[in-house]
Design a protein around this ligand. Structure first.
Ligand code: BG6
Length: 491
């Protein structure tokens, strides 16, 4: 079997709003995700606000649902917002990066919080404290020869842009993002080479399908249009990033969910194909090929959508084709046109339960082969270097009295996925890196829980915000260190 390439990028991944904390320190402005309360798998996170008459309110955090007319995002006294402190990377980055270095990381994926650099989003000059923070972090990583892989947008648009301009519903937001991206490329030139423009960009539309067919045509209209503006912002960033430093390698990032048909009924086969197109290929094609795929018209017509595309936009998309395809991989889903008898219950998990797979406590299918399947499909379609920038098992960990954490289930999960990566490389896929999700435990994006842990490093914090925030090495820490040391040979 082929080994991993010599310079394979082993590492881990995080996102600012789930990891950094310090949500209102050193000039950082609020971002939309700061207004989400803690949830559970059964109880959705809530977005809190003050309505137009000054009354506090909350609504479920669901894509496609907007605040009531005239309402403004607000922090309410009786709510807990786990992202505000998160796991405090902001104050602990030196200790954390030393642990990553001990693991032997070659790469560390993190995101920049847009509102830490531009508190409102439309300023001319960036917040110097924000620039300073990220520069120090990147230098610290470089000290240990760890390549930063930096996401520019991980769902955290500044609230001011949302309230004043309507966020991604407004073409103007592209300009603000262009300025933010250019600032990052200039300020961090020489420190950062690997970039991702938008995290899981395809979720804008994909999530509407995942949460059932109750999303309205209006929600799809908004989503497709927002997506178009994000494609443009991404394309501009790629172009600018290359102009500023030709060494920059810039990728798209797709929520990678392979879809399988439940039956061999041709209707199921076609529905599955269409789900791939809508959920996966639509975004990938625009970002990797620089143009909308032929099936776009069918997708738009399905929901009576008209996308605001100009002739210049088409040129811009062509000029901003990404250098690599990066994606997250957690699970596969089943598609059927038949009645669903046993529905899976997890957030972003969708459709009929797959009897051949087992499921995590959060209802996500454990499907290592699906990772190989996805890798092979994608590489064959785009012929671009591929990186898995999120993968892992969200599970409850128990810390023993002596501070050890025995997470053999996580080791097994990662091992099985890495074995499939090996096979994909053997089959010809140019896989260049793997950053497991939440290498240091962080706040779950979906539920806001701390108890949904992905890390090889444990953080002492619970779902109510209690705990020392101290870090502890899990069994998987020592195992992953060995994997990296032996370049994937010792699993
Ligand atoms: C991806 C996101 O969708 O999945 C991350 O990019 C998120 O932000 C991750 O944390 C895992 O999801 P969750 O809900 O388990 O945190």
């Amino acid at each position: 079997m082929t080994s991993f390439p010599k310079d394979f990028l082993w590492g881990g991944a995080t996102a600012a709003y789930q990891f950094e904390g310090a949500w209102n320190e050193d000039g950082r402005g609020p971002a939309v995700r700061d207004f989400r309360t803690v949830g559970t798998p059964k109880k959705r996170r809530q977005v809190t606000y003050i309505d137009k008459d000054g009354h506090p309110g909350m609504m479920p955090a669901i894509r496609g649902l907007n605040l009531p007319d005239g309402a403004r995002y607000a922090i309410l006294d009786n709510c807990y917002y786990p992202n505000h402190i998160a796991v405090d990377f902001y104050h602990r980055y030196k200790e954390d990066i030393a642990l990553l270095a001990e693991l032997g990381f070659k790469v560390f994926r993190m995101s920049i919080s847009w509102s830490r650099l531009f508190p409102k989003g439309d300023e001319e000059l960036p917040n110097s404290k924000g620039i300073e923070f990220y520069r120090e972090v990147f230098k610290e990583l470089r000290k240990y020869k760890i390549e930063p892989l930096v996401t520019l947008w991980h769902f955290d648009t500044p609230v001011y842009l949302e309230e004043k301009y309507g966020g991604w519903n407004n073409r103007k937001t592209i300009q603000f993002f262009d300025h933010y991206a250019e600032t990052c490329f200039k300020e961090f030139k020489g420190l950062v080479r690997y970039w991702i423009t938008f995290n899981e960009i395809n979720n804008a539309v994909g999530m509407l399908d995942m949460y059932g067919s109750d999303a309205t045509d209006k929600a799809y209209q908004e989503a497709y249009n927002q997506l178009h503006y994000q494609f443009l912002a991404s394309a501009h960033a790629v172009k600018k990033g290359h102009e500023i430093d030709k060494e920059n390698v810039i990728g798209c990032m797709i929520c990678g969910i392979p879809h399988y048909p439940l039956t061999c009924d041709p209707n199921d086969i076609i529905a599955t194909r269409y789900r791939w197109e809508k959920g996966i290929f639509y975004s990938g094609d625009v970002q990797c090929k620089g143009e909308y795929p032929s099936f776009s018209k069918r997708l738009w017509n399905e929901h009576q959508v008209t996308v605001d595309i100009t002739d210049q936009d088409l040129i811009d998309l062509k000029e901003g084709v990404v250098d690599m395809y990066t994606f997250s991989y957690y699970m596969s889903n089943i598609v059927t046109t038949h009645e669903i008898k046993d529905m899976v219950a997890g957030n972003i998990a969708n459709g009929e339960r797959n009897p051949y797979l087992d499921y995590s406590e959060w209802g996500w299918a454990n499907d290592p082969k699906g990772l190989r399947y996805f890798l092979e499909v994608i590489y064959d379609r785009y012929h671009l270097p591929v990186m898995i920038t999120e993968n892992g098992l969200g599970a409850v960990d128990k810390m023993e009295n002596d501070g050890t954490i025995h997470d053999d289930y996580r080791i097994q999960y990662m091992k099985n996925h890495i074995l499939e990566m090996k096979k994909a490389i053997d089959h010809g896929v140019n896989l260049i890196g793997y950053t497991m999700w939440g290498c240091i435990d962080l706040i779950s994006g979906g539920t806001g829980q701390m108890s949904k842990r992905y890390g090889v490093i444990y953080v002492d914090r619970d779902d109510e915000g209690n705990g020392t925030l101290n870090r502890f090495k899990k069994d998987s820490f020592y195992w992953y260190k060995k994997v990296i040391e032996t370049n994937g040979e010792n699993l």
